[in-house]
Design a protein around this ligand. Structure first.
Ligand code: ZN
Length: 151
């Protein structure tokens, strides 16, 4: 019998072992670096934004399983979205992992696979690992040059 949390765990481990879109990008027109000093997670996010569409997202870096899996799943969920949609997904994801906003109700439809991080809310120190890639991608979309941190 498979417990739901086991299933979620499995998705996170899989994305940690085989991160998707894990490479730099030559044709990136946005990029940002993120650092989570609490855990030592460090990553660079690359974006190819064409008009109002995120055509491609990739990342590289090193960090714990949560930060890597979160970045991997993020690249999948943002592809084809507009920067405004990305912002909405980030907000919903942030509420999910912090237990803020509407909590359980609104999230699962909008987040798809990202719901696997719902367990993170029970581990406050991990919230920064799970949101690092998102803070970084938001910095890239807003075209900020400085290094994004979770602090
Ligand atoms: Zn971490």
């Amino acid at each position: 019998m498979t417990d739901l949390s086991d299933l979620y765990q499995e998705v996170i481990l899989d994305h940690n072992r085989r991160p998707r879109n894990f490479h730099s990008m030559d044709r990136a027109n946005r990029r940002a670096e993120g650092f989570n000093p609490l855990c030592g997670d460090r990553l660079t996010v690359y974006l190819h934004v064409d008009g109002d569409v995120v055509r491609e997202v990739s990342f590289e870096g090193s960090g714990c399983a949560i930060s890597k899996a979160s970045a991997s799943l993020m690249t999948e969920s943002l592809k084809g979205k507009s920067p405004a949609e990305a912002e909405t997904i980030f907000q919903t994801f942030h509420d999910l992992v912090t237990g803020g906003g509407d909590g359980e109700t609104a999230t699962s439809d909008q987040l798809g696979k990202l719901v696997v991080f719902s367990g993170v809310r029970d581990y406050p120190v991990r919230v920064k690992c799970a949101t690092l890639a998102w803070h970084t991608v938001m910095a890239a979309l807003r075209n900020k040059q400085e290094v994004a941190t979770t602090e």
